[in-house]
Design a protein around this ligand. Structure first.
Ligand SMILES: Cc1ncc(COP(=O)(O)O)c(C=O)c1O
Length: 379
């Protein structure tokens, strides 16, 4: 029934026709002047989105590959790394360090809450020989954003520790001035707030990070110093996914046209509308209020309705796709991606579909309450 569905999951997200069309350009040689021009444009616009003067790279891997690359270039066996774990993706980040042979100091934080700067500072004091702090800025599994990341950045700087941040589900959708917050390696992915198809991971590398990377025995494909060497010629060490590079170039140009500040404000307003709707429907956002994400709206499924059925009705009858919870919260939670191409239109279409699907599943609420509450946020 629907040619094109509204993909309101926490990535991949909706992609504009302009970005999709960019991928059908004729193929180019990745060692040609045309590619160098593309590389230059990507670099300039990535620096804008990351708000950094440091080096930036786009790598042909998904977000997990970007995180693994960051870990593989900065951590060696035996290195001690503080990792706050408060959901599925921070658990995975910690696992990436373990697989690399690092010693993880896990800060176990209750799902739905965020690690605080005090907790990180305490761990830094207690553990004498820490090398790095690895933080998932936006925990996609629970809809939690680490609002104290700037303070964690200060702790890292004061103690001369490397700060690695997984910003896969947030960069481009919320505040993240990489240089100002002292982030040494910041990793994101193409398919979330950048509104580009999946398949690329983007990351920045500070001078402090380079000093460490140079001393580390690095993986072969993921060797960042090779990326830096080839980057000097505006090339990548290996064959990149050129159509995705075209798409990313267009997606980043669209961000520049909109302006990062406007884009972040748009995400915030839409997220406020989603939370207002959720509460007006008598549902409970999963995270504590101060840590609610502007890019992933996570809320509890009401009793008596079937998670899969609600999503099936939304999908089949309204063409709107949302996600269940992740990991241990799979059945008890819904998650909506508020990422990339999201405005009043997408927000209200999603809430309308959610209301109707919940009603069809027998959930009792005042019809239209969610839409009314959300609409108020756009006035
Ligand atoms: C915070 C976070 N980190 C890492 C990943 C992994 O990204 P990918 O699925 O692109 O490998 C995700 C994916 O949702 C994520 O949300």
């Amino acid at each position: 029934m629907f040619d094109k569905k509204l993909i309101m999951i926490p990535g991949p997200t909706n992609v504009s026709d302009r970005v999709m069309r960019a991928m059908i350009k004729p193929m180019i040689d990745h060692r040609s002047p045309e590619f160098k021009a593309l590389y230059e444009s990507l670099t300039e616009n990535m620096k804008y989105v990351f708000q950094t003067e440091s080096d930036v790279y786009a790598l042909t891997v998904s977000g997990t590959g970007g995180v693994e690359c960051a870990v593989g270039n900065s951590i060696t066996p035996g290195d001690k790394v503080i990792v706050p774990v408060f959901g599925l993706f921070s658990e995975r980040a910690s696992e990436a360090v373990v697989r690399r042979g690092g010693r993880v100091v896990k800060l176990q934080i209750t799902w739905g809450t965020a690690p605080t700067a005090d907790q990180v500072a305490e761990a830094v004091q207690k553990e004498k020989d820490v090398k790095a702090i690895l933080v998932v800025y936006n925990e996609t599994s629970s809809g939690v954003t680490v609002r104290e990341l700037p303070e964690i950045g200060r702790i890292a700087a004061e103690n001369n520790l490397l700060l690695v941040v997984d910003a896969v589900s947030i960069l481009g959708g919320d505040e993240l001035p990489v240089d100002k917050w002292g982030i040494d390696i910041c990793v994101t992915a193409s398919q979330k707030c950048l509104a580009c198809p999946p398949g690329l991971s983007l990351f920045s590398v500070s001078q402090k990070a380079w000093e460490i990377i140079e001393k580390v025995e690095k993986p072969f494909y993921f060797d960042m110093t090779e990326m830096r060497e080839f980057g000097k010629k505006k090339e990548t060490p290996f064959t990149p996914a050129i159509p995705l590079f075209f798409a990313l170039d267009e997606a980043l140009k669209m961000i520049r046209e909109e302006g990062l500040e406007n884009r972040i404000r748009r995400h915030r307003v839409c997220s406020e509308a989603f939370y207002a709707a959720v509460e007006a429907l008598g549902l409970k956002p999963f995270p504590e209020k101060k840590s609610r994400s502007n890019t992933v709206i996570a809320f509890n499924k009401p009793d008596g309705v079937d998670n899969a059925q609600v999503r099936r009705i939304m999908d089949e009858q309204y063409g709107v796709v949302i996600s269940p919870g992740a990991g241990k919260l799979k059945d008890t939670m819904f998650r909506i991606g508020c990422m990339g191409i999201v405005s009043e239109t997408e927000t209200l279409l999603t809430i309308n579909a959610l209301e109707n699907a919940l009603a069809k599943q027998g959930y009792k609420f005042r019809k239209g309450a969610g839409l009314e509450a959300a609409r108020r946020m756009f006035c």
